[in-house]
Ligand binder design. Sequence first.
Ligand SMILES: NC(=O)c1ccc[n+]([C@@H]2O[C@H](COP(=O)([O-])OP(=O)(O)OC[C@H]3O[C@@H](n4cnc5c(N)ncnc54)[C@H](OP(=O)(O)O)[C@@H]3O)[C@@H](O)[C@H]2O)c1
Length: 240
Amino acid sequence: MEINGKVIIVTGSSAGIGLAAARLLCKNGAKIALVARSADQLEQVSQELPDSFAVAADLSMVDCVPQVITRIHGHYGHIDALVNNAGRAMHISIEKGDVQLYRQLLDLNVVSILYAMQCVIPIMRQQGGGVILNVSSGLSKRIAPGVGLYASTKYALNAITLTARLELAKDNIRVGLMIPGRTYGTQFAHKAVSLHEGPEAWQASAATHGDSPEHVAQKIMEALQTEAAETYADSVRPAS
Ligand SMILES: NC(=O)c1ccc[n+]([C@@H]2O[C@H](COP(=O)([O-])OP(=O)(O)OC[C@H]3O[C@@H](n4cnc5c(N)ncnc54)[C@H](OP(=O)(O)O)[C@@H]3O)[C@@H](O)[C@H]2O)c1
């Protein structure tokens, strides 16, 4: 997909990877619909990015999703791409993970994304096509102790994404995965539902072994341009 002039929804665009992606895509000529909970932060970002439109919403309350998409569609009259980036971490053992918190995590990391896809698919079909990019995680490609609950949400997201890719190819709707690894300088560790190491230790490790949000944003833009099934950040590039 050509980026210039396109209407692109980026969820979780008040901070971190989503904010870096919104800035980069806007710089390349896209009109960005910004979605996150913090209205003040979104408003600031909206003032920075020309032709952007901010909708404050808590996507873990999944019933708000159709209204979010309807407002964005009403504003622009068109939706070319949806980047489902909003997400949180829950790094805790299988034994200790709180079941209610896990349900909330599933709602944000999986159910709200499924619902957003279901809302934009008819719009994109009517337009003749579109791109949906779901932000997963390198942890969905391996098994590691302590991160199974978070990883399980991304495993589910991978299955939904790659199945939708097959189902929607006939409608010219290209669905793909962006797979970041540890990314430093975001709010991910601070806003985690739970984290088995302190946010500072997590950030220090990410700074040594991980990628910057700007790098992941560049990969998100490439993923939209190439419409590939899977795009990896450098720190999780699979062995060829
Ligand atoms: N950072 C990493 O190392 C890493 C690695 C692999 C994958 N990822 C994935 O990359 C994505 C972005 O992560 P990040 O590192 O950029 O995290 P981040 O800095 O915490 O940003 C998360 C974004 O999502 C928004 N958000 C959180 N909960 C929300 C909710 N209930 N409703 C609406 N928006 C919500 C946040 O804004 P508000 O707080 O204003 O709502 C923020 O804009 C996530 O899906 C994450 O799983 C991150």
